[in-house]
Ligand binder design. Structure first.
Ligand code: ADP
Length: 352
């Protein structure tokens, strides 16, 4: 059945679900669009602040109706009562209430950037592989809704499996456990996966995946600062975030914004990585500081955060990434792999 047709049938079934105060869910103004993908059904119910608990039974009924029609698709229904509020936490001293750990995962490290295209996903994947090369049990969660590329970078194809009990089984690649928000999307749908739906998808990927025991879960965050970041940092204890930036000033200004947000949300910045930092000519081996040198390092010093390393701009990083064989595993003795591994070691030291 076409996805739109199924979405319409689910919407129709929601007319049999009651909402608090009378009336049905299908005609309720707070119901979002119903999104159907090959592996998931998602929608959100916006309610007045304080009404979340009252809508619990409505949500439960809605999930059941969707499950009955959706075959083996995962059903994601979120009830949201309020817009996440960054300011709420900006002056707090203690850990904000409601932050919890994820069962079986010792540490969670986010990889973020001020804007897209700076090499954040490439860095996330090679960083995760470098942590694994240090002997740690590592997973990677691709939360970059607007450009989920981790599976491709790891040479993975196909969606992740869902067990009978509704729990996701992660893919495995080069010893990493891998889940991607991309496996829930079909082309072009990222745009409608805004706000509550995106945050609810991330929450479920994080907490309803059979990660096993992990020393570290690396999360490839979307670029910038948005709902996904706020919801993640409010709900989950994230040990810290590594920020990736290119040397250009503009990217650094964007990176500064991301760092300011982390400060407000009391999430430690583990370090700044300068990507595409310098160019090594393949023929002569000469180094060219094409964007000027040391920009990110100086910026890190000004911002009072650790500078954890620079990655050169080299064709082989791009080629190996496109081929699904990341440099850290493709050429483990190469200079690029060593650059990523040095970063991972520094971050581990900072964490300890
Ligand atoms: P982002 O996640 O920030 O959007 P990606 O990791 O997808 O960025 O990288 C964008 C592009 O730049 C990709 O084609 C990737 O292969 C390439 N790239 C990333 N880092 C490097 C590097 N150090 N040298 C050469 N190419 C790189």
């Amino acid at each position: 059945m076409a996805d739109v047709e199924l979405a319409a049938r689910i919407k129709a079934a929601l007319s049999e679900v009651e909402i608090p105060g009378g009336g049905d869910l299908a005609s309720y103004a707070g119901l979002s669009e119903v999104i159907v993908t090959p592996s998931a059904i998602a929608f959100a119910i916006a309610v007045a602040p304080g009404m979340e608990a009252a809508f619990g039974p409505t949500r439960e009924q809605a999930v059941k109706r969707a499950q009955a029609l959706g075959g083996d698709r995962k059903v994601l229904v979120s009830v949201t009562g309020d817009k996440p509020n960054v300011a709420k936490f900006s002056h707090g001293k203690a850990t904000p209430p409601g932050k919890t750990k994820v069962d079986g995962i010792k540490r969670i490290i986010g990889v973020g950037s001020g804007k897209g295209g700076v090499g954040k996903s490439t860095t996330s994947v090679n960083f995760a592989l470098s942590l694994a090369a240090e002997g740690l049990k590592v997973g990677i969660l691709d939360a970059d809704l607007y450009g989920p590329s981790v599976p491709k970078l790891l040479g993975l194809e196909g969606k992740s499996a869902i067990r009978d009990d509704g729990i996701f089984t992660p893919h495995e690649a080069y010893g990493l456990k891998v889940m991607s928000i991309g496996s829930m999307l079909v082309d072009g749908q990222a745009v409608v996966w805004r706000g509550p739906m995106a945050t609810s998808a991330l929450r479920q990927l994080l907490r309803e995946t059979d990660w096993g025991d992990l020393d570290v879960l690396v999360i490839d965050l979307p670029p910038g600062t948005g709902d996904i970041h706020i919801a993640l940092f409010q709900q989950t204890i994230v040990d810290g975030v590594v920020i990736v930036s290119t040397p250009q000033d503009l990217a650094l200004i964007d990176a500064q914004k991301a760092i300011d947000m982390l400060g407000k949300m009391q999430v430690p910045v583990l370090g700044l990585v300068e990507n595409m930092s310098y160019f090594i000519a393949p023929d002569t081996g000469n180094r060219y500081d094409i964007f000027g040198s040391g920009g990110a390092e100086r910026a890190a010093a000004t911002m009072g955060i650790p500078f954890v390393g620079a990655i050169p701009l080299v064709m082989s990083i791009r080629e190996n990434s496109d081929a699904g064989t990341p440099p850290v595993v493709a050429v483990p003795d190469g200079a690029e792999a060593q650059a990523y591994r040095a970063i991972a070691r520094k971050v581990i030291t900072t964490l300890r």
